[in-house]
Design a protein around this ligand. Structure first.
Ligand code: DQQ
Length: 477
């Protein structure tokens, strides 16, 4: 690695300040999330050799509060001549009666197989199992398009494991195994089978990456990352009941409407019993731009999962994030005239937390604008359309750099007649995470070019809107 890469990365104006990421180079999926002796461990897919996917290691960081992270040495590295010689791909951490244990996908010759590693020094260094891969081959005669990634849990004293897969011309699936000792595995059946030819309520692609199965508020959730023909689409939740080792889904939805900007999420439950999820927020600029700045990929903020009254999984930013709040600005109620953005003069910046409550006109549109240049040539609009029942992140003018992604994100959102729009927004330079009414989220990336693209404004269209309140905080690094 060039020695000045971390300095180059640090100098990039698009590099986030309060999201987790390594000092330089490539990050993708969160892995091995676990709380151990009170500390949170975050492992992640990492390439120490450059800001591109390749030679995948497991990076490692630890935190006492989910917010302040300390980098630890690389946890897993590919070993020549072994089952992971081409990469240590995604996986999980489990507590095997006091022994920290990783199950991950060893990558060799384009195929991935379940591998195991344990730690005898409190998760710092890892010893790979001599029997790797612990599952030598996928079940025979299944015609799989791909087979990797793991979810592991214990039920009535027996270990269960899911491996993400897809069956040719049928669809994505998560294959269920069981084991007494984490080393010898017996294949049972698919926990659930998708259908690549079905488009409602959501399309679930031809293969499921990173399955994650857990109980939540009395239901069971299978989180999947929808993959098709080498394209990463979005993460989705299948919510239902778990009977006879099969999931009977009742509700299916996208987890985040930023689609590929919240991908390969993984969750864990902490000592308080909260289900906490991180996802990989990938880049929206070219591979050349990523090479030039020396880093690529960032972890989402930690999100606490809950089950909504509609049976959907809701995600809320972890309350611990309040520790990052610095200077606070409170804007009391005002009316927002239609068609004319109201600049919020005393709030500006590129690292902000915003909590805003707005009342749209009936059938009107209203919202907030961030990273706005003084003339509006660059701006990102976060609006609710009461006629269309949609929350929209409009990046059409997010950047004058036409090589960056600038499409719209649209999420379904229907507010009750007495319900204001409540937005909770985290802006961290190029990273934008928007949470609306405890129901939906949109995660995205924006790359404004102008130094004055730090303004905040309020917006109403097709009728006057009302700002009930806006609280803004500058965020600490
Ligand atoms: N990333 C990992 C795979 C997984 C994919 C490789 C999802 O294990 O399927 O880096 O982003």
């Amino acid at each position: 690695m060039e020695t000045n890469v971390p300095q180059r990365a640090a100098a990039d104006p698009h590099r986030p300040c309060f999201h987790f990421l390594p000092p330089a180079n490539w990050l993708n999926d969160p892995n091995g999330l676990i709380q151990w002796n009170g500390e949170y461990h975050l492992f992640y897919q990492y390439n120490p050799h450059g800001p591109f996917h390749g030679t995948i290691h497991w990076g490692h960081a630890v935190s006492a509060d989910l917010v302040h992270w300390r980098h630890l040495p690389i946890a897993l590295a590919p070993d020549p001549g072994t089952a992971d010689e081409d990469g240590c791909w995604s996986g999980v951490a489990i507590d095997d009666d006091g022994v920290p244990t990783l199950i991950y996908s060893g990558n060799r010759n384009g195929a991935q197989r379940a591998c195991l590693a344990t730690s005898a020094d409190g998760l710092l260094t890892w010893q790979k199992d001599a029997g790797n891969p612990v599952i030598a081959e996928p079940p025979p005669d299944m015609h799989l398009v791909a087979y990797r990634d793991h979810s592991v849990w214990r039920e009535d004293g027996v270990w269960y494991q899911l491996i993400g897969a897809g069956i040719e011309s049928q669809g994505g699936t998560a294959l269920l195994y069981r084991s007494a000792d984490l080393r010898e595995w017996e294949y049972l059946h698919p926990l659930l089978m998708g259908d690549v030819h079905r488009y409602t309520p959501i399309w679930t692609g031809s293969m499921w990456e990173c399955p994650d199965f857990f109980a939540l508020d009395g239901r069971h959730v299978l989180s999947i990352s929808v993959w098709d023909n080498d394209h990463l689409h979005y993460s989705a939740a299948m919510v239902g009941s778990y009977r006879d080792q099969r999931l009977v889904p009742e509700v299916e939805h996208k987890l985040d409407y930023g689609d590929r900007y919240f991908y390969a999420p993984q969750s864990f439950s902490d000592a308080e019993g909260r289900r906490i999820m991180f996802g990989w927020v990938q880049e929206g600029r070219s591979a050349e731009a990523q090479l030039a700045c020396g880093w690529s990929g960032v972890m989402s903020l930690p999100r606490v999962l809950t089950l909504g009254p509609d049976g959907r999984v809701g995600m809320q930013p972890a309350p611990e994030l309040a520790a990052l709040r610095a200077e606070h600005t409170h804007t009391p109620a005002i009316d927002i005239p239609a068609g004319q953005p109201v600049v919020v003069a005393d709030v500006s910046g590129d690292t902000l937390e915003l909590v805003v409550e707005l009342v749209p006109a009936r059938a009107g549109r209203c919202g907030i604008v961030v990273r706005r240049s003084s003339d509006g040539a660059e701006q990102t609009l976060i609006t609710y359309d009461a006629a269309l029942h949609q929350l929209i992140v409009d990046r059409t003018h997010a950047s004058l750099d036409v090589a960056t992604d600038r499409n719209l994100h649209v999420a379904p959102l229907t507010l009750r007649s007495d319900e204001p729009l409540r937005l909770h927004i985290f802006l961290d330079r190029s990273v934008l995470e928007v949470f609306a009414n405890e129901r939906i989220s949109i995660t995205s990336r924006i790359y404004p070019t102008r130094a004055d693209s730090v303004g905040v404004a309020l917006l109403a269209e097709h009728g006057e809107a009302r700002l009930n309140v806006l609280d803004a905080w500058q965020m600490r690094a």
